[in-house]
Design a protein around this ligand. Structure first.
Ligand code: SF4
Length: 465
């Protein structure tokens, strides 16, 4: 049920649809790059696995999925069992199957790489198992849900970290309230993942699955504030007072600016803002955009460049201030971008946005490869992909929560607990912006630690009579 405050209440075991998506969106014009397996192809690929002891693929998985075990279950046609193996460690295993950079994680560690043979397609097998099983048996985890404990946990943000925390906590019998300022849950998976990896409606399906795991209440359109709360707000003091634990899955904030001449105004946009609009804004049109320059060298820069190329922008250039050798973006992603027509210009630090007499963007002036020479890269659109601001001042409002010097929330890694015994944190606000799977792992570790802390408090109370 959705009221004017966008509050959605999900009763135990019965998911309701989070806010619907606009029917026409540019992302729907972008096809998925990897087709899903059919039954025969999945079994065939699974049969290639050597089920290695001390499997390097499992060691390389940030969410500790037992890879050979789930692959063996696929090979023996126990798809639901395979999904259970995956989801018990990674509740967002369906989206991680598509968005994880498996080339540098599990599949990158597969022993087949040492013999010059293709690595096992672990991501595609994981997708096969989770999609098939969830379609057939969506309650495959709830049968083992624990009885209600009476404990209440608040999750701030509804991205992958909070969703994972909420799902695991609900399976332990706790009540979870998620507070999300956006109109939809899903965070990066809904608004920030390139559509050729994951479309928003598939991410929403996964949100519905997580919300169905137990007593989880989602309140979207709700801002968590440090002072007195007004309409559509809840204060950090209320969270600390009214809940047994708080999990902060704050994510990251707005796109960082270049701070160069001409940047303000039409024709210059932050990368995550543009990706979100491609995925969710029915009114967005790229008509009249023939040339785009993306400034940056990370995976977000490559993602947005590929999206623009796939949407028909004729010339897409990534202008990076350093050399390709030190780019943060993955090489295999850059190689794929090149195949789609994206050009990389190295050592091109931006100097100014060039505008015509009408104020319309006509190019980006850059330095050329460490010289004093300058050139102007023609552009109708300039996309700034140099990072996002931190949102962590909110975290610092809780007594005892400390920030690292660069603004990330400081935690105890094994438990995700902050300096405040009731407050836990995970995902991008802690690691500065890693993969979805890293955020999911934080959510899981925090949920386990929160449950363990309740047991310890219970034991202490009993000992004191
Ligand atoms: Fe299978 Fe490769 Fe993992 Fe070995 S390393 S268990 S072959 S996926």
């Amino acid at each position: 049920m959705l009221d004017t405050n966008h509050r959605v209440t999900i009763a135990s075991g019965a998911a309701q649809a989070p806010d619907a998506l606009p029917p026409s969106r540019l992302e729907l014009r972008i096809a998925e790059k990897k087709a899903p397996y059919d039954d025969a192809s999945a079994v065939l690929e699974a049969s290639r696995c050597l089920y290695c002891a001390d499997a390097p693929c499992t060691k390389a998985c940030p969410s500790d999925i037992d890879v050979p075990t789930f692959i063996h279950k696929i090979a023996t046609r126990n798809t639901v069992g395979a999904a259970r193996t995956i989801l018990s460690e990674n509740l967002l295993g369906a989206s991680c199957a598509r968005v994880c950079p498996t080339e540098v994680l599990c599949a990158g560690a597969c022993v087949y790489n040492h013999w010059g043979r293709p690595a096992i397609e672990i991501g595609r097998l994981q997708r096969y198992a989770t999609e098939q099983a969830l379609a057939r048996q969506p309650d495959l985890l709830t049968k083992t849900r624990q009885p209600k404990t009476g404990k209440r946990i608040a999750c701030v943000g509804a991205g992958p970290a909070s969703l994972a925390a909420a799902g695991h906590l609900a399976l332990e019998g706790h009540t979870v309230h998620i507070f999300e300022q956006q109109p939809r849950a899903g965070g990066l998976n809904i608004a920030g993942i390139a559509p050729y990896k994951l479309h928003a409606e598939d991410a929403l399906d996964e949100v519905r699955f997580v919300l169905s795991l137990g007593d989880i209440h989602l309140r979207t359109g709700t801002q968590v504030v440090t002072g007195t709360a007004g309409a559509g707000e809840i204060s950090t003091a209320t969270l600390e007072r009214d809940y047994d634990a708080v999990f902060l899955g704050l994510g990251l904030g707005t796109d960082t600016h270049l701070d160069i001449e001409g940047e303000q105004g039409e024709g210059v946009v932050g990368a995550t803002t543009l990706i979100l609009r491609i995925k969710l804004d029915a009114a967005l049109s790229l008509a009249g955009i023939a040339r785009a320059v993306v400034v940056g060298g990370g995976n977000t820069a490559i993602d947005v460049a590929r999206e623009l190329a796939q949407l028909g922008v004729k010339e897409v250039v990534i202008a990076y201030r350093r050399t390709a050798a030190v780019m943060r973006g993955y090489r295999h992603e850059m190689a794929a971008a090149r195949l789609e027509g994206v050009r990389l210009l190295e050592e091109r630090p931006p100097l100014a946005v060039v505008r015509d007499t009408q104020g319309k963007v006509s190019g980006l002036r850059v330095n050329v490869a460490g010289t004093s020479r300058e050139e102007t890269l023609p552009a109708d659109l300039i996309v700034v992909a140099i990072g996002q601001n931190r949102l962590t001042q909110l975290a610092a409002a809780f007594a005892g929560v400390e920030l690292e010097r660069d603004g990330r929330v400081r935690i105890d890694e094994p438990t995700c607990r902050t300096g405040n015994a009731k407050v836990y944190a995970g995902g991008d606000c802690v690691n500065g912006g890693k993969e979805v799977v890293n955020a999911v792992q934080h959510g899981k570790l925090a949920a386990r630690a929160i449950t363990a802390s309740f047991a310890q408090r219970h034991d202490k109370d009993r000992a004191h009579g």
